[in-house]
Design a protein around this ligand. Structure first.
Ligand code: ZN
Length: 216
């Protein structure tokens, strides 16, 4: 699945961020001096905690637990920091859309603080509450949704998730977690939004991690 990332369309609603999948070829671009730029920002560590994974025992649950371990390696790597800070939007500017007024450096630091909208008192932790659901409509394109400020859970469509590999899961749970951190996006074409862009970065680093066995 090189450069072919599974992704999401979203319908903006006030609290609810509903993401549907679509396949697309999307290659994020990064500033050439991302490494130097990132040098001025301290590298933070975040503890990735699988608080609840409400999945039945089986291979999909195992892939999810692998995905969570990969996320921990990814977000705590220097490469992740450099990509988040060096990310260039479609106009070649180092900026995200729907960034809550934050620079790329501040986005990195805010995420690594781990203060989810509903988990303000556990800084330094990425608290993951993942619950599967089965849509009544079997052909639903929705892969997951969150209710920002109303629920700690990310709800994932079991009909899709049971076939996802750990790369797709890692990328999607980071996207959904970023919603739970209070960041939003417009449509699924809002590639430069914090959830989408950093979801893509995660997917790309997950591929690299599986190929090389580590991330710098
Ligand atoms: Zn979304």
């Amino acid at each position: 699945m090189k450069y072919l990332l599974l992704f999401l369309i979203s319908f903006s609603a006030k609290a609810m961020q509903i993401d549907s999948d679509m396949k697309l070829i999307y290659q994020p671009e990064f500033s050439k001096n991302a490494r130097e730029l990132a040098h001025d920002t301290p590298t933070k560590y975040i503890d990735v905690v699988a608080e609840e994974v409400i999945f039945p025992r089986g291979s999909a649950r195992d892939r999810m637990l692998n995905a969570i371990e990969m996320v921990s390696e990814i977000v705590n790597s220097e490469t992740f920091k450099e990509m988040v800070i060096g990310y260039l939007n479609e106009y070649g500017q180092r900026s995200y859309t729907r960034n809550e007024g934050l620079s790329n450096e501040e986005v990195y630091l805010t995420l690594m603080e781990g203060r989810e909208v509903l988990d303000q008192d556990t800084p330094g932790e990425m608290n993951l509450y993942i619950k599967r659901y089965r849509p009544w409509w079997p052909w639903s394109k929705v892969i997951g949704y969150t209710k920002i400020g109303k629920s700690k859970y990310m709800y994932v469509n079991w009909r899709k998730y049971k076939y996802f590999d750990s790369i797709a899961m890692a990328s999607n749970i980071v996207h959904e977690w970023i919603h739970l951190m209070g960041f939003r996006h417009d449509s699924a074409k809002d590639h430069d939004s914090v959830p989408y862009a950093i979801g893509y970065i995660t997917g790309r680093l997950a591929e690299q991690y599986l190929e090389d066995g580590y991330i710098r």
